[in-house]
Design a protein around this ligand. Structure first.
Ligand SMILES: [Zn+2]
Length: 263
């Protein structure tokens, strides 16, 4: 299951392929989107925004294509005119003179006006994205202390896209290890110093993972930009305290932690 950094990198590669280039051909599988095909020709994709697992493809004419990949949707970049050999069902094709981006299998696809963008049910529910550079640690701290989040255990809270978008299972366990926190804690129980540390880690760790551009190094070599301290490391020694890393299911996902220093 991809998490924020992987989804943002996928959006980066789509942007690299077609951003700012006039669309020469637009094709949608769903009948309700067909009417937009001629509208988009000649327009450009200005940028692609990620909100958790949702992608917002913004067009120069003001419309936005909303797509949520759920479990099966996948984007591909191909040369213009190329038809990949695949069993997947094509849903969207946006082509420029040189490249095309293709969306397969996703079923959750809509075209939104600027007004619909502000009232879309999923987008209203989802929290700010941890990879959005405008989001600050102070804002995250306020969110941790908000009535709806302050009394929820971190094991579940950190997977809830309504709290912050872009976090997933490996980020959840790595952030809590970084902050020396057990999964059963709640923001309302933390000291000021712990709150500070957590609000920074909630942004720093996803951003470090993103900046490492997928070069997640599972080995213990020096110089790795981002590597897992506890994720998939049950039975190994914690590099901070020497405790043995454990694994158990929490909020229906495997959770990894060091009982020696995460208290
Ligand atoms: Zn430890």
């Amino acid at each position: 299951m991809p998490e924020g950094p992987e989804i943002r990198r996928a959006a980066d590669s789509l942007e690299a392929a077609i951003q700012g280039k006039p669309i020469t051909d637009a094709w949608f599988a769903f009948p309700q989107l067909k009417a937009y095909e001629p509208t988009l020709v000649g327009q450009t994709v200005t940028h692609i925004e990620t909100r958790g697992k949702a992608l917002l493809t913004h067009f120069s004419g003001g419309l936005t294509l909303y797509s949520h990949n759920q479990l099966y949707g996948v984007w591909r970049v191909v040369k213009a005119g190329e038809q990949p050999d695949t069993q997947r069902v094509l849903r969207v094709r946006l082509q420029t003179a040189e490249k095309a981006i293709l969306l397969y299998s996703a079923s959750d696809i809509e075209m939104l006006t600027p007004e619909q963008l502000t009232t879309h049910p999923f987008l209203q529910r989802v929290g700010p994205d941890v990879l959005d550079k405008k989001l600050t640690a102070e804002q995250v701290r306020e969110r941790l202390l908000a009535t709806s989040f302050r009394n929820r255990q971190f094991s579940g809270l950190l997977l809830d896209q309504a709290f912050l978008a872009g976090l997933g299972n490996y980020l959840r366990v790595e952030i809590l290890w970084e902050c020396e926190l057990a999964a059963t804690h709640k923001a309302s129980e933390l000291t000021e110093a712990q709150l500070d540390r957590l609000s920074h880690a909630l942004l720093d760790i996803p951003r470090l993972s993103y900046a490492a551009r997928g070069k997640v190094d599972d080995s213990k070599h020096h110089g790795a930009l981002f590597r897992f301290k506890v994720f998939h490391r049950e039975g190994e020694k914690c590099e901070r305290c020497g405790g043995i890393i454990e694994r158990k299911m929490m909020s229906s996902r495997p959770f990894y932690w060091c009982p020696g220093c995460q208290t």
